[in-house]
Design a protein around this ligand. Structure first.
Ligand code: PRT
Ligand code: ZN
Length: 286
């Protein structure tokens, strides 16, 4: 079997997190400066360092087997490939924005207007689906300055904190799509390669489960154990061990990061004490 080639961004917003994720999945590699590719030392993979815009096409054309790219770029390029996994980093949204002075929250405002964007495929589709007849004007960078120099009435661009819009006198009015980094795959991988890709996918899931969950240990009065077990079901069920002090037990379980404060409040109300919350490095559910 040839090595499985994973294309990642050469430099930019996706680079560091992509490298970190692959390392957390146990892939051992060096990355030298200005390298185009690097072998993975302990598994049959090889990394290619490319511009993010080129990754969907290279995955389609089998130059790379896998790629890590922003969902926004993946969809915009409209190339043949498969989504393997959403990766949870480089989160942002592609939004329509207008000069701050314009009072509208109606999409129909865009009828007959000129909108600058680097995402014409996604934007034209969005306008079509919403029966808006706007003039989509393609520019490749610094989209946010277009209304200020009289090039367009509005823009459609990537937003994360919103400070770029703010400092250019613009306000976000509609979200066209949400995006995060995704792992994509060529559509015709050999069964042998698919086996490795599935292994990588399982490892990515273990890393992401670990990030989204915490290990929790606490002491609780025995009369609260049933109620605590219900709010801390863990992976199968919580571990409950008796304390030396009678009437008390120690409870060990796993909880989701999302419900963290909510759960902690409930545990305290049930009389839990000495609550310890510990990060998890890897979490293999099945
Ligand atoms: O050189 P190469 O072509 O590989 O990189 P690039 O310059 O095209 O892309 P890069 O590294 O800037 O972004 C890669 C991917 O990161 C994007 O395709 C998105 O999926 C994702 N991402 C996440 C972002 C942002 N957040 C982001 N904030 N991409 C761009 N921005 C820009 C945006 O264009 C705007 O200019 O940041 C500005 C807005 O940020 P806020 O925080 O001011 O709202
Ligand atoms: Zn790019």
């Amino acid at each position: 079997m040839d090595k499985i080639r994973i294309a990642i961004q050469k430099s930019g917003r996706l680079k560091d997190e992509s490298v970190k994720l692959l390392r957390e999945c146990g892939l051992l590699f060096n990355e030298g400066k200005n390298q185009l590719k690097t072998p993975v030392q302990n598994l049959p993979f090889e990394l290619l360092f490319l511009r993010d815009d080129d990754i969907p096409e290279y995955v389609q054309d089998n130059v790379a087997d896998l790629g890590i790219v922003g969902e926004n770029v993946w969809i915009e390029k409209n190339k043949e490939s498969e989504l393997i996994e959403k990766l949870g980093f480089a989160k942002c949204r592609l939004s329509l924005a207008v000069p701050r002075g314009i009072k509208t929250n109606d999409l129909n405002w865009f009828n007959g207007k000129k909108v600058a964007t680097s995402y014409p495929f996604i934007l034209n589709k969005f306008f079509k689906e919403n029966s808006i007849n706007a003039d989509v004007h393609v520019i490749s960078g610094s989209v946010e300055i277009a209304p200020g120099i009289g090039l367009s009435d509005g823009i459609c661009d990537i937003v994360s904190s919103g400070s770029t819009l703010l400092s250019n006198g613009l306000k976000e009015v509609f979200t066209v799509m949400k995006s995060e980094a995704v792992l994509i795959s060529n559509k015709a991988l050999s069964p042998e390669k698919i086996e490795y890709v599935n292994k990588l996918k399982n490892r990515i899931e273990a890393v992401s489960n670990a990030k989204n969950n915490k290990y929790v240990l606490l002491n609780a009065p025995n009369e609260s154990l049933e109620a605590i077990a219900e709010i801390l079901p863990g992976m199968k069920s919580p571990t409950i061990l008796p304390l030396k002090q009678s009437g008390w037990s120690s409870v060990h379980s796993v909880m989701s990061e999302n419900d963290f404060w909510d759960i902690i409040d409930k545990l305290k109300n049930l009389g839990a004490q000495g609550i310890l919350v510990v990060p998890i490095e890897k979490m293999i559910v099945k």
